[in-house]
Design a protein around this ligand. Sequence first.
Ligand SMILES: [Zn+2]
Length: 356
Amino acid sequence: MCGGGGAVAMSVIGASGDPAAGGVKAVADVETVDREAVEATPDTAPTIGIDLGGTKIEGIVLTADGRTLVKRRIPSPREDYRATIEAIAGLVGWLKAEAASQLPGPARVGIAIPGSLAPATGRVQNANSTWLNGQPLQSDLTARLGTPPRLANDANCFALSEAEDGAAAGARSVFGVILGTGCGGGIVLGGRLIDGPRGIGGEWGHNPLPWPRDGETPGPLCWCGNSGCLETWISGPALAADHRRVTGADISVEDIVASARRKSDAPDVRAARSTLSRHASRLARGLASIVNVIDPEAIVLGGGLSNLPHLYAEVPELARPFIFAADRRIDLRPPRFGDASGARGAARLWRTHRER
Ligand SMILES: [Zn+2]
């Protein structure tokens, strides 16, 4: 294939007029393209990974050894299922065109989705992008792309990516957590993603907050219909909502964190620190319940809240009283690939065994 060339920085800005973009409106983004020669046989050919998020769709072309050939991020259509299909198809078309010389034969496309496919019906379930729920996403994408994509829950793709060559590379058992607008989880054992016959392997966000304390029951009403789900306590919006309930101050997670870091003993600073402490305690209890069931070698945090450094110091200590073992340590790690792990893991759906 084409030879030579190392990493080349390429900027694609406002490329909506580009015929190769397939009508996709691009947002400003800087991309790194590695055009080093790739041996493109069917087994080692690069694969396409798409991460369908609530606000953006990220696409990459990933080589078998984990190099990104090309990537792009576009806005996610909201509340519009057909527009979502078209946006994904446009992005896949653009990626295929960009990496055409290194993608022999039909492109292999993996897609990380919010929620999951119900194995019995092939329809989306449990997505907090609720306009996807009940839709036959797999068959509609197969018709639109002309080739069947592999779909998996976004937290599962995150866990797969971080277990394969990310923060938990080398660990035999990995629990991956996404703490963002929601709260997802994924389990990888011996390199295999655990999906389960219901398609909910690794989901933990809609279990109740364990070892509840005064004021924590029944807990906030969750969009799933139950009350007190972990997601209503430990996601980003849940952290801000908890601060609002306790203090009356309606401020963002970023402002809560900034306030807690101020060198001051003012009431609002102490209140922000208390909010972060309650959140860390709840996350610790939630993770302890996972450790007591699957005993993972490593736990990797992803999503927006994984950028909070205090979690890695405090959560393992706060979890200790709840670990049912003589060795009460847990190995909690920040992600290596962060936001990119959804798309990287999706591309890896073609290189992994999945257990049902
Ligand atoms: Zn719930």
